[in-house]
Design a protein around this ligand. Sequence first.
Ligand SMILES: Nc1ncnc2c1ncn2[C@@H]1O[C@H](COP(=O)(O)OP(=O)(O)OP(=O)(O)O)[C@@H](O)[C@H]1O
Length: 806
Amino acid sequence: MGLRQADAVNPQREEKARQVVIRTEQEYVSRVYARLDIEREEAERALRQGPAAGGGSAFQARLESAVATDEAARRLARLGGVEHGLCFGRIDHRAGADGPGDTFYIGRVGLRDEHREPLLIDWRAAAARPFYTATHGAPGTLARRRHLHLRHREVVRLDDEVFDLDGLAESERGGIVGEAALLATLRRGRTGRMSDVVATIQEEQDQVIRSGLQGVLVVQGGPGTGKTVAALHRAAYLLYTHRDVLERRGVLIVGPNATFLRYIEQVLPGLGETDVAMATLGELYPGLKATAREDPAVAIVKGDLRMADLVREAVHDRQRIPPDGLHVQTDGLTLVVDAQSCERARDRARGLHLPHNVQRRRFVHDLLEALAVNRAEQYDRIMDEPLDDLARNGGLPDWLQELIDEAEDEPLLDETDLRLAKETLWRDPAVQAAINALWPELTPEQFLSDLYADPESLARLGTRAGLTSAESALLNRTSGAAWTISDVPLLDEAAELLGKDDSAEKARERAAAAERAREARYAQEVIESTDTGNVERLTASDLISGTDLAERHHDDGPPLTTAQRALADREWAYGHVIVDEAQELSEMAWHTVMKRVPTRSLTVVGDIAQTGSAAGAASWGQMLDRYVPGRWREQRLLVNYRTPAAIMRVAARVLAAVAPGQTPPESVRDDGPPPTAIAMPVSLASLVQSELSSIAAGTPDGIGGAFKEGRLAVITSAALHVAVLDALPHAAAGATPEALDSPAVVLTAEEAKGLEFDSVIIVDPAGILSESPKGGQDLYVALTRATRRLTVVHDGELPPLLADLH
Ligand SMILES: Nc1ncnc2c1ncn2[C@@H]1O[C@H](COP(=O)(O)OP(=O)(O)OP(=O)(O)O)[C@@H](O)[C@H]1O
């Protein structure tokens, strides 16, 4: 990692030199903050004042106001998020023959001074890259990398890595100080929220973060290797580097659950990005928040790709032909359309290759036409009856016969007659009911609910989709049961195949489109002519397109961000999608995710060894080859930044049993007490109390104080869950976003996924192992959540996998 302690040759002289260097850096950092304040004030003023008064129409005034407000609000949001640790690094390039090398300060945003000279380089800019990539073996042109540690706006410590002492100017050679910045960061107490690591990104992570936008990047890494945190920094980097595409199309981050999203939600704002869509899998179908649990056996079936065939078969099955033709009673007549005509209408509608509800319009029209013609024929026959009698009795004069013959050559209904007849028929509830029974208009929810509740259809259609009868039977449930996460891809698939008959809506939209295009053109002109002051446009969130703006401000009400619009639209195509804990996604879930990103620009982050979901991935190829055969690239992260080595040694034995091919990541931390095992009976409340005291006692932060932060989790088997909760009345229960704020929380292994705690108490490891087919993975996840302390509480013998515990 290239971290190096300073040699303390003469402590007094070192200290003095250190103080001088800190003072110099303080001056610079104060300038940077002063600049930030000025830019914030300017943005606030712009927001308060709105646009300069000008002539023009009311619309023009509204739009100008919108442009200025939008611009200022974005600047403020961006500048507001970067206060903490604004400037965290400095790089000094080697001096050359023509003079001293360049020095750059690296920070969360780019800032320029009043002369437009760079004051702070955005960490994502190319000029900042050596800060992350230089190593002692390959320092490039760097002479030194310096980490600046701030408390509020005060410089409290510096960590230097010197690559080339000769390459530094004379005045810079003294005062090389510091403890490894990375280790200092890692030793901090947990706060219940993930924070960004922009100051200490490691080289292997930097490669992930700055990997190209195109294609599928898989980031495979063991627990604590920084997959999540690297993926979030990658989102910020991609938005910065490809803002044209990504700001319009948006970036989506898919996380395993709402708690996890809450856990990571501060990272992107801290990096100056506030406009990224975040959703759980259960939220990918707009309007639904599916959280209900699914039986693992059912989840396996629902996650299988054959379900897409079942949904298709079931949609087709709702397009029916009456074997004896259609018979409808109306106006005292029985109208009839024979089976062949119904079949022709169905095939014609299907031939459109459009979604069910859209094809239905064609089918309804054709059947109404057939009914109208049949009605006209019946009327015709009734009218003709007296004449037929006359003809039979030979009483029909020649002139009348001629007239009748001529009329027979005419169509029964002209175009207008036909349209009116269809309209009249459609108003008759009996006609509507008869046609709806053959080809109903369906919502995805109604459709899927009906299907689940119909064992006969499930069995029949399941066979066509390649399901066994046992698998089909597992899908059966009562109508109205709560939606589960495994239902979401099926609802999504149904929505895709059913579509919406939005012809009326479309007509209205077309009428409005011309008007909007005019507004967009004008908005673009306003943007181009708006003076944005001297804030450097360094982050993606600063720019908005004219079309965006016209759309945002078209309706009254609060403007929508790209992320908000994208999340509300099932058919939104994102510019990039990041999937975290991606090993948990089923085939059907991938099917849904891939629909959201037709360009296949994805970052897939996970650990195959941690797959806990019954329908999850056994390998990345199993899930991805179908969509990007041989075209996904994999990057491995090999260093564990979370779990101390002593705990990881215990976890490694479990890993060897559950995923023999996988190597555990190497722990960068080697601190903390060895993990321990305690046999029941034990007072959980006292144990929790003493663990909380241990972590509150704090780890020195290297700055001089002790952290009052620190979190504890009790991870338990389902069997003992209730008993553990009873024993710990003050602990938060379950993975709720609020639980993150509690010092102690009781979780299952599944709920603990992706999270971390200073101290972890695992209760009933044997229970965790036996409760699910992937119990080994669950135990591995539980063991690797601790950043400092691990205690295992067991009943009876310790499982042999944990024999290494004291
Ligand atoms: N470069 C870094 N500098 C400082 N801290 C880091 C760095 N990389 C990772 N960390 C810290 O290590 C911990 C683990 O990171 P993260 O949760 O992203 O790992 P993960 O690979 O997603 O883990 P898991 O698979 O167990 O969920 C976090 O506290 C994170 O802040």
